[in-house]
Ligand binder design. Structure first.
Ligand SMILES: [Zn+2]
Length: 163
């Protein structure tokens, strides 16, 4: 129901009829609204201070509040490829066995083992955010695979996650 509060013709507007139990939303001015919900808050991963969700950096310690997932996912991908490289190196070692067959096979074995160790170390560094340089080195060691390249890219773009 609508009631004209100020009639243009000059006649006084009739006040709305009194109600025993007025509804929560009273359909006449002034209008009452429920207060808007508070903006979502996220905790800083470094110092734990509360920050509004839209903020780019922590107001207390200026750490970037987003992007942590990228370096973590990149580190996991690099870590997986590093484990595969280690497994290939161990597999080649098993094939070579006692026989000092070919220097090429031995070179492949050493290469896969070294690259795999570096990739594992880099993946752990990316997950723990300890060393950006180590994470990059580990990512480079997985660049023979698409998954490794993806992990390296994720680490490169999340440089700010590292201390
Ligand atoms: Zn902080």
């Amino acid at each position: 129901m609508w009631v004209r509060m100020s009639a243009p013709g000059g006649s006084a507007a009739q006040p709305p009829p009194a109600q025993a139990n007025p509804p929560p939303y009273y359909p006449y001015p002034p209008y009452y609204y429920y207060p808007p919900p508070p903006p979502p808050v996220i905790a800083c991963p470094r110092c734990g201070a509360s920050n509004y969700y839209g903020m780019e950096r922590c107001h207390a310690c200026s750490k970037y509040l987003r992007g942590e997932k990228h370096s973590t996912v990149g580190g996991i991908l690099v870590l997986i490829i590093g484990i595969i490289e280690m497994a290939i190196g161990i597999f080649i070692t098993a094939i070579l066995g006692e026989s000092t067959a070919s220097s090429f096979g031995a070179a492949c074995m050493v290469t896969f083992l070294v690259v795999g160790i570096l990739a594992i170390a880099g993946g752990v560094a990316a997950i723990k955010k300890t060393s950006y340089a180590m994470a990059i080195i580990g990512g480079v060691c997985t660049c023979f695979s698409v998954i490794g390249i993806l992990g390296l890219v994720l680490i490169i773009v999340s440089k700010d996650d590292f201390e």
